[in-house]
Ligand binder design. Structure first.
Ligand code: AGP
Length: 580
């Protein structure tokens, strides 16, 4: 959830680390801090709040090694004291950490018993004090001595005044090392490294590394370990705003090319063997990725006749997937803790596993038997948009190849519907939503998961209460909440669900709701009844689904914009949820 970065090289490190933190701020934005090392000293500066709000004095320090952290609070409120880096009693060792030290309370008691003084409420601070007890000038040895005592997950960067370079360690939290010209950069993800280099090394669980300007040396279980240097195919321009007001807006407008790049790349590969021998599919995911999985359930069952279950990853441990099921874990980041746990559990029960992710080298790719990659490029906005479209692209591809090729033509032209949706004027709908206290999103069949996703997007970035419902279900209780103050967004494409949707729409309209219909633009019936009718792109189910998904994203984005919200970094959230 937090972002960490470290630089050691020939340039002044603090400004580079601060720039890197800005790139990582989407991982957490409660507070941030930097430690700079010189030949003999260590300076630490940390502050509650977002990076853009201050100009840290630590930038004046001339050291060529620095580490930094941007926080999403788990242990202890967001405050200056709880911000990282954390230091030992003497202030000579500094640590930044992403993850959770589960046994920190007992370690802290023991350390306090031995006379250590703590300054924060965090789990991380115990690491600094433990390292202090083992540090006699060799930081690598000290960190290695401490790691076996830590239970939980961590990506750690450690520095010490007068000590050259950075020591890094990883267990179940992402950590990537960029290998640049006379510099080494470690970070939670590559978005913070791309400014320096596209050559990276992904650390494995249990790895410890020393980073020097000349490059990294990696150790695993006492032995030196060889890890391949890989080339990242993301471009630095992709992590810049490039004239857009927000990353979310940029990412919504990238979706045409994201969809077509993803399907073209998938069709260019041979069909993975893992897709050839199973009796059913269990999909596991969280949040937006889960909503995509719910959609997949309708799609694959309809086109392939294969039983499919979509499970919320954090609930998967309480369910038993049928024997013979292929378990598919879907995660944009590849680092979501609940999804990783679900996949581990599936492996324990000997299910074949497939990962669907956007991030090369992410943890999920190491766990699954096989990985299908989306081609969404870096997604910076906390609200997932283009990764949702990329996930739909993967599912359309799977339904097509497992269902005998019936969808291919529609899938290959799906990007056109996205383009059409992006051109729609949705201002009247935004006007109806921006003053609402509560909004209901309804749909039937494959459009029910889209209604859930529309509601998730709306609540996440506008802070307006929003709920998604199966349209037929709304009169079984939620009807009690409907009034002229609760706009309803009804997804009503032409086709099988249309007549029943129109009945549901009439029932809701009779309760006085402001009614926005995203649906069949040729229907006089819808035109007569809707306060606002936003036409879906002409075409088949694929076009209607993609069009509706994009229109719902635009509606949330434009409503949040009208309300002046912090769209890319909504309150209390973080991009990648690496704790259970
Ligand atoms: C959606 O806008 C959120 N960012 C969130 O629900 C997200 O989809 C969820 O945390 C899962 O993330 P993942 O796809 O990286 O696993």
């Amino acid at each position: 959830m937090c972002g960490i970065i470290g630089y050691t090289g020939e340039k002044r490190a603090a400004p580079l680390v601060l720039e890197g933190l800005k790139r990582l701020e989407y991982r957490g934005y409660d507070s941030f801090g930097i430690a700079v090392v010189s030949d003999s000293d260590l300076w630490v500066w940390k502050k509650r709040g977002k990076i853009s709000q201050v100009n840290p004095p630590v930038l004046r320090r001339k050291g060529r090694t620095a580490i930094g952290h941007t926080r999403w609070a788990t242990h202890g409120e967001p405050s200056d004291a709880n911000a990282h880096p954390h230091t030992d009693c003497r202030g000579t060792i500094a640590i930044v950490h992403n993850g959770i030290i589960e046994n920190y309370a007992s370690i802290r008691r023991e350390l306090e018993g031995r006379g250590h003084t703590f300054r924060s409420e965090t789990d991380t601070e115990v690491i600094a004090h433990l390292v202090e007890e083992h540090f006699w000038g060799d930081l690598l040895s000290a960190v290695r001595a401490v790691l076996p005592q830590l239970e939980g997950s961590y990506a750690i960067l450690a520095v010490a005044g007068g000590n050259e370079g950075i020591v890094a360690a990883r267990k179940e939290s992402p950590l990537v090392i960029g290998v640049a010209d006379r510099a080494c950069i470690a970070a939670s993800d590559v978005t913070a490294i791309l400014e320096h280099t596209d050559r990276v090394v992904y650390l494995e669980d249990g790895d410890v590394a020393t980073l020097l300007p000349s490059g990294p040396t990696i150790w695993h279980g006492g032995e030196q370990a060889d890890r391949p240097v890989r080339k990242v195919d993301w471009d630095v321009a992709e992590v810049r705003l490039g004239g857009f007001a927000h990353y979310m807006q940029k990412e919504i407008y990238e979706q045409q090319s994201v969809f077509s790049s993803t399907v073209r790349a998938l069709y260019a590969e041979p069909i993975p063997d893992v897709l050839k021998d199973f009796s059913g599919i269990t999909l596991v995911a969280c949040g937006t990725s889960y909503n995509a999985c719910l959609f997949c359930q309708y799609l694959i069952e309809e086109y392939c006749g294969i039983p499919v279950r979509a499970e919320i990853a954090s609930e998967f441990r309480y369910r038993t997937p049928p024997g013979g099921d292929l378990v598919v874990a879907v995660t944009q980041s590849g680092e979501t803790a609940d999804t990783l746990s679900a996949l581990k559990q599936a492996r324990m029960h000997n299910h074949p596993t497939l990962a669907v992710t956007n991030v090369l080298g992410s943890s999920i790719t190491r766990l699954a038997d096989y990985t299908l990659f989306m081609r969404a490029g870096p997604e910076i906005s906390v609200a997932a948009t283009k990764s949702f479209i990329a996930e739909l692209a993967v599912f359309f591809y799977l339904a097509d190849v497992m269902g005998g090729g019936r969808l291919r033509k529609s899938v290959l032209s799906g990007h056109e519907a996205i383009g059409e949706a992006l051109l729609q004027d949705i201002s009247p709908a935004v006007d109806l939503c921006r003053g609402a206290q509560s909004i209901f999103f309804v749909g039937r069949g494959p459009f029910f998961p889209l209604a859930l996703e529309g509601a998730l997007k709306m609540k996440e970035i506008t802070y307006i209460h929003a709920e998604g419902y199966a349209a037929g279900e709304i009169k079984h209780g939620p009807f009690a909440l409907l009034s002229h103050k609760t706009p309803v967004i009804a997804l009503s494409p032409p086709g099988e669900t249309f007549p029943a949707m129109v009945s549901n729409i009439r029932e809701m309209k009779a309760r006085g709701v402001p009614l926005i219909v995203i649906g069949d633009g040729n229907s006089q019936e819808l035109r007569d009844i809707a306060d606002v009718l936003i036409p879906l792109p002409d075409g088949d189910m694929v076009s209607a689904v993609l069009g509706a998904a994009v229109l719902l994203q635009l509606l949330a984005y434009r409503t949040a914009e009208a309300l002046g919200r912090e769209i890319d970094q909504p309150r209390n959230l973080a991009k990648s949820v690496t704790v259970e």
